[in-house]
Design a protein around this ligand. Structure first.
Ligand SMILES: [Mg+2]
Length: 96
């Protein structure tokens, strides 16, 4: 995961966009915006139909969501695996 975050950092630096890491609010907004783009791939379709027709776009939008999520985690200098495992532990203790 760290290597992926480094690759994202390198890409942003190559574009002169490395200042994005200071903009936590905008990274959070971007996750939501890209999530909406992902949902748009499914809009007005049955799930299987949407996947059949839009699989490439679905995977692209999912990747956009994940890239912004990794950037936001990186902006907090967090270990992504650790925060996911911590949250899974919290979820296990939760009464649904
Ligand atoms: Mg997108």
């Amino acid at each position: 995961m760290k290597e992926l975050q480094q690759d994202i950092r390198a890409f942003l630096k190559s574009r002169g966009w490395e200042d994005q890491y200071a903009l936590k609010k905008d990274l959070a907004l971007s996750i939501s915006i890209e999530s909406a783009e992902l949902l748009e791939c499914f809009q007005w379709k049955e799930s299987n139909e949407a996947v059949k027709e839009n699989q490439e776009a679905i995977l692209d939008e999912l990747a956009d969501v994940l890239i912004y999520a990794l950037q936001l985690a990186d902006s907090f200098e967090l270990d992504v695996e650790e925060i996911i495992r911590n949250k899974l532990e919290k979820n296990k203790k939760r009464v649904w």
